[in-house]
Design a protein around this ligand. Sequence first.
Ligand code: KG4
Ligand code: ZN
Length: 366
Amino acid sequence: MSGEGRRGSGLTLGIESSCDETAAAVVGVADGGGHRVLSNVVAGQYEIHAEYAGVVPELASRAHVEAILPVVREALAGAGVGLGMIDLIAVGHRPGLIGPLLVGVTAAKALSLTLGRPLVGVDHVRAHLYSGVMGEASTENVFPALGLVVSGGHTALFVVESWSRIRRLGSTIDDAVGEAFDKAATILGLPHPGGPNLDRLASSPGANDRAHEFPVSRLSRESLDFSFSGLKTAILYAVNGVPGPRGAPALPMTEPRRADLAASFRRAAVDAIMLKLDRAAERIGLASRGLVLTGGGVTANSLLRRRLTEWGRATGRDVRLPALSLCMDNAAMIAGLGAALYAAGRTDGMDLQADPSALTDDEVGV
Ligand code: KG4
Ligand code: ZN
């Protein structure tokens, strides 16, 4: 997006509430023309959902209602700006849980209406793809790009033709990879947050990622879809023993064994992602200097970051990784993509809908 295109959208307030994180951020324009994140506030709800082993939508909605205004206030204070200085309101309005989405969308509409500032609805998955290029003065020359989103709710590959034209190449047929990391962490007895804790244990000195041969799902030779349920079952059996007459009892868990299991699990999960990414790049004929946009919580994984960087170096492809602060759900990415869409001529009215569904395979947004 050119600096000139951003005129009139100096400060954007982003709001995100699609799942169990209430987030607000203020994003401005950097001297060179890219976005500058002035504040990025995220309020999690882990304690609220912990006893249910999953996000309870009704409880999430209520927690968003309580958190949304304090979080917006904190984001404004963190950026050192008042509400009156905001030029644009961007809100994640799809996909996600309908109740939580409604809280963010309603707050954003109320702010837009009362401040007399334009409103832009942003697709959460596209915002993850945008998070790796937030700081760049221009993102017009990045297309067509290959996109990879790996998070707790999504695991998918895309062809990104522009910020509003995105075609899905494949996605998980069962669990998202972040969900698999979280389940594996629980099976290994690690505390919340599961994914980051498993990553840390897998990186501990002496952890052997070849100790266990966990399955790397390929699906068919052509498939660009992912599957992580087999891997999840494999670690469950490795820890608790294999059930049935031909099963095997559980081995005693020791700290070195736990670290080996974590490292072997992480390697298999990352191998599966890299396999499909490489396959997708070949499939779409991505140029050797072609751009690869990545995003989502699992792009914080240290092994995945290393492997993506090495793959980029080996193939000549230009892999963009989000800053660590922008991998997990956040409102800065919503504000950034919202500002980019606004600069390209997009605004939404008071009829903007919270929409739980993901864009379909070939849906073209505005
Ligand atoms: O993007 P995100 O905040 O939420 C969704 O849009 O789903 O992603 C959260 C997911 C969680 O499953 C979390 O465990 C995972 O990202 N995650 C990680 C790491 N950091 C976060 N998984 C593996 N390794 C990490 N370092
Ligand atoms: Zn997300």
